[in-house]
Design a protein around this ligand. Structure first.
Ligand SMILES: NC(=O)c1ccc[n+]([C@@H]2O[C@H](COP(=O)([O-])OP(=O)(O)OC[C@H]3O[C@@H](n4cnc5c(N)ncnc54)[C@H](OP(=O)(O)O)[C@@H]3O)[C@@H](O)[C@H]2O)c1
Length: 276
């Protein structure tokens, strides 16, 4: 087995590289300059030279708000890029997102087979990639995740702790519910269930377990774990000037595979392992 990991410098890609090393899995993780998923001739040349047996695609345009004014590039990376990878015919694991579900019914966990309803440029670009993969009907797995955190920056948990250093009170939305998922937990789960053992092709949900929290609850738990005694006030998504619509309720149900850790354990583990 030789895995070609794209997006290896990102939050999930970094965790996957660590998991591959720990499990002594043979992998390649070319930088974007050497393997740009929007560059079809470069992809073909790289694949011919390196002969990977599985592609794990973590490369994506992930700035959801910026995407609203950058639709062409977002679509090019998140949809056309996936089309380019499919052309190789190599088995593909595609990482997708809870954002493909907009305004799902509050309180009902969303199963793998639920119909998608994306809103916004980023969400639609990921939904289109899912549709391309399903229509191609080749050896491929779609793994949807949500609220990824890992490493020291670039995600909700890191932003909250950084804000806690500067402010006496934080305001966090309580009208968006999702499962915050630790990249290290997800990468181990992917390795065990999709790399070291085989799963039927299809759609899977790789998210933390427990009861789906809203972001205010996540912030409160996180601050408690980090022993930062700062009050958290609630606010509504409406008062934030975010360009991209947020899904509201996007709590994914992992019905098909072993569960990931509880989101509270995931957050406390991240706090333990991160210099905060
Ligand atoms: N973050 C979340 O909360 C979240 C939630 C649900 C789903 N997801 C999905 O999970 C996956 C991984 O997300 P992440 O948060 O780990 O992403 P990330 O930290 O934003 O990293 C994105 C990665 O994609 C690479 N990339 C961007 N454009 C590329 C291109 N044209 N060719 C090759 N590589 C390119 C980036 O490379 P450079 O460093 O060179 O720019 C970077 O390594 C994505 O599919 C995302 O949609 C993320």
């Amino acid at each position: 087995m030789k895995i070609l990991l794209t997006g290896g410098s990102g939050i999930l890609g970094t965790a996957l590289r660590q998991s591959f090393l720990a499990h002594e899995i043979n992998f390649l993780a070319p930088a974007r300059a050497h393997f740009d998923i929007t560059n079809a001739p470069q992809i073909q040349k790289y694949i011919e030279a390196n002969q990977p047996t599985l592609i794990l695609n973590c490369a994506a345009y992930t700035e959801v708000d910026t995407a609203e004014n950058d639709a062409f590039i977002c679509q090019k990376i998140n949809t056309e890029g996936v089309k380019n990878l499919l052309v190789s015919g190599i088995p593909l694991i595609q990482i997708s997102t809870d954002y493909v579900f907009h305004n799902a019914p509050l309180g009902q966990l969303i199963g793998e087979d639920a119909s998608t309803n994306a809103k916004g440029v980023y969400a639609k670009s990921k939904e289109s990639a899912e549709k391309l993969i399903s229509a191609a009907n080749q050896n491929a797995w779609i793994i949807r995740t949500s609220g990824l955190f890992g490493g020291e920056s670039g995600h909700f948990c890191a932003s909250i702790l950084a804000a806690a250093e500067k402010k006496n009170e934080l305001k966090v939305v309580e009208d968006q519910w999702t499962f915050p998922t630790r990249a290290a937990d997800l990468s181990e789960w992917i390795v065990r269930n999709f790399v070291l053992s085989s799963a039927a092709q299809g759609i899977y949900h790789g998210v933390s377990s427990g009861e789906a929290p809203n972001w205010k609850q996540v912030a409160e738990w996180l601050l408690g774990c980090a022993k930062k005694n700062i009050p958290v006030a609630s606010c509504s998504s409406r008062i934030l000037s975010q360009s991209a619509a947020r899904p509201g309720w996007s709590a994914l149900a992992n019905i098909k595979m072993p569960q990931l850790p509880h989101w509270k354990d995931a957050v406390s583990e991240w706090v333990k392992q991160t210099k905060v």
